[in-house]
Design a protein around this ligand. Structure first.
Ligand code: BEZ
Length: 284
């Protein structure tokens, strides 16, 4: 029997830890907005390696009916999350979050809060699935329930996006249009987000952008971490747009392009221009 082709899993908890371990640490504002309570039933969309999901689960109590469920499309992340963080209030399921209609736990509803950190810019990449993601989240929530999230907003890592686009044209042989279409991310403005949340029936309580330059982790001897490690891991889908034999050259070109704008003169550290979009939306 033919096995359906599985989408490529770009993630590994270990590589993520080397290149982007700062992601779950820079979350104090969005966690304040979430304000998890002992009785809360919380869904975490795009939970990654489950570090933050477990932190949220520590605030809920199974004896009060609380639970947290993390969903992610990466088998590597979900394996790691289950191994390291599954417990009485915290569980994880493999789930493509662009197709939430296939998720039984979501369809059953009854959730007090839906949370997401640093994942929606991947999940909302394809224009045709965007609105259905927001509709499914809205349906899953109890009346009065909250959707609380943080993701990349308009202008996020713009230097990287421009660097990959330029390098895919100059070293990868793609047209400008093909290079732009290779981007795996969607970084909306607050206007776009407020309209979308309103259209599916949410009342928007907060929708804000924050410019938050973020230092790359130190480079390791094995080549992981650092700017190169970040580009290789987070930009894997850009690189896949060109034949394997050209990828290293493309990567070096991107590093060369962005180096001049991300490197700080005083100590050689490299800072990416992260822009966060945070929102709190209530189901009426
Ligand atoms: C972000 O969290 O903003 C982000 C993560 C990976 C790639 C691009 C942006």
């Amino acid at each position: 029997m033919a096995t359906p082709q599985q989408p490529k899993d770009h993630w590994s908890a270990e590589k993520y830890h080397s290149a982007a371990s700062f992601v779950p640490k820079l979350t104090s504002t969005v966690l304040t907005y979430l304000a998890p309570q002992p009785q809360d039933k919380i869904l975490d969309l795009g939970c990654g390696d489950g570090v933050l999901t477990a932190q949220i689960a520590a605030a809920v109590s199974s004896s009060d009916g609380g639970k947290v469920l993390g969903l992610d499309a990466s088998p590597s992340f979900i394996d790691s999350a289950k191994r390291n963080h599954e417990g009485t209030t915290c569980s994880f399921h493999l789930q493509d979050c662009t197709r939430l209609e296939g998720c039984a736990e979501l369809r059953e509803g009854g959730w007090d809060k839906v949370f997401s950190n640093a994942a929606l810019h991947w999940i909302l990449r394809a224009p045709e699935t965007r609105e259905s993601v927001f509709r499914r989240v809205h349906e899953a929530l109890e009346p009065g329930g909250k959707f609380v999230f943080e993701m990349g907003g308009a202008g996020n890592v713009a230097e990287v996006q421009a660097g990959f686009t330029a390098a895919l044209v100059s070293k990868g042989g793609l047209t400008l249009r093909e290079a732009r279409e290779a981007s795996p991310w969607f970084f909306p403005s607050t206007q776009w987000m407020s309209q979308m949340l309103g259209r599916v029936g949410f009342e928007v309580e907060v929708c804000e952008l924050e410019y938050r330059p973020t230092e790359c982790s130190p480079e390791r001897a094995d080549g992981s971490g650092g700017l190169g490690g970040w580009l290789r891991l987070m930009g894997a889908q850009f690189l896949e747009a060109v034949p394997e034999g050209r990828r290293e050259e493309v990567l070096r070109e991107v590093e060369g392009i962005v180096e001049g704008v991300v490197r700080r003169e005083e100590d050689g550290s490299r800072w990416l221009g992260y822009v966060r979009l945070r929102a709190v939306a209530r189901k009426k």
